[in-house]
Design a protein. Structure first.
Length: 121
């Protein structure tokens, strides 16, 4: 896969993100890296990724962050707004793959080995 095929939302200080980067390198996969805390994704992009993950914004939420307080029973729109406003709520790393055969797919790579399911053809 080429760099345009794989994108990773990551925090370079996160050990899981570092593990995901190592796994990609071991498999010869170059990825476009997005440091999502420095360059947060738009609400629209977050919504697209949530849909790729199955449609529930909670699959992308770090519930241990203080910004999550009060969102326990929030609906999809409120959660998407919160993720866009507070990118530290985004679980990491998020690996996105696009290929002609299977289309766009995504996984929260926790543990990092979860990204391997995206690389299998």
């Amino acid at each position: 896969m080429t760099m345009s095929d794989v994108t990773v939302w990551l925090n370079p200080r996160c050990s899981k993100c570092q593990g995901a980067e190592r796994l990609l390198a071991e498999h010869g996969v170059e990825a476009h890296k997005i440091f999502y805390l420095d360059t947060p994704p738009s609400r629209r992009e977050i919504s697209r990724v949530v849909d790729l993950l199955g449609g529930d914004p909670r699959s992308l939420l770090r519930t241990g962050e203080k910004e999550y307080q009060g969102l326990e029973h929030a609906d999809r729109d409120i959660l998407l707004d919160a993720l866009a406003t507070h990118p530290q709520l985004i679980e990491r790393p998020v690996v996105l793959v696009r290929d002609a055969e299977r289309g766009a797919r995504a996984v929260v790579a926790r543990p990092p080995e979860r990204l391997l399911e995206l690389l299998r053809t």
